[in-house]
Design a protein around this ligand. Structure first.
Ligand SMILES: [Zn+2]
Length: 189
């Protein structure tokens, strides 16, 4: 029997069931929203730490970032919600002051640089706990940091957290795992 010309065509919009269409719309919406909000989800509060934050944390964070820091990173002086050009090593172009700045926000002179090395990044300030303790929200322990400075500041803590998670997993396994399973698992390596 010859194939009808429409046998292989994809279903037309009218033929799709409503559920399918709805799902598509949700996916579309999700994607478009994701594009809008990614810059806001830079330093999410870890769920297990959420209860440590004071109830007025959003206001506290706003006060530190905007009133105290003037919407600039307190380590490198990059401006909040602006796209800045940088050289990838922390040195960046301050378009307002028309000068290059160091990782510490100081004006610097550049004798020359490869144009190819220039990149741009969108700056988002978040309020950081300098001692990594979300329970310590004293003003001196808070700093408005851009994502670069935040990550550098947190790097040691992240390394420690990774080590601690692995250690904890191993310790729990050593306590509760059946030794025969441990032997099998080690034999597979
Ligand atoms: Zn910074």
């Amino acid at each position: 029997m010859p194939l009808r010309p429409d046998a292989l065509r994809s279903p037309q919009p009218a033929e799709r069931n409503e559920k399918n269409t709805k799902r598509k719309q949700t996916v579309k919406l999700g994607l478009s929203l994701a594009g809008l909000v990614t810059h806001r989800i830079v330093m999410p509060i870890r769920p297990e730490n959420r209860w440590l934050y004071p109830i007025d944390w959003p206001q506290l964070s706003v006060t530190v970032r905007f009133e105290r820091a003037g919407a600039r990173c307190e380590h490198c002086a990059r401006p909040h919600m602006r796209r800045v050009a940088h050289l990838g090593d922390g040195r960046w172009w301050d378009a307002d002051a028309k000068c290059w700045r160091s990782t510490r926000g100081r004006r610097i002179m550049l004798k020359g640089f490869a144009l190819a090395a220039v990149r741009t990044t969108y700056v988002v300030l978040a309020c950081a706990h300098l001692d990594h303790d979300p329970g310590n929200s004293a003003s001196a322990n808070l700093a408005a940091l851009c994502q670069r400075c935040h990550m550098i500041h947190d790097a040691a803590e992240h390394r420690w957290q990774r080590w601690w998670n692995v250690f904890r997993r191993r310790a729990i396994r050593d306590l509760y795992e059946d030794p025969r399973i441990t032997r099998e698992r080690l034999a597979k390596r």
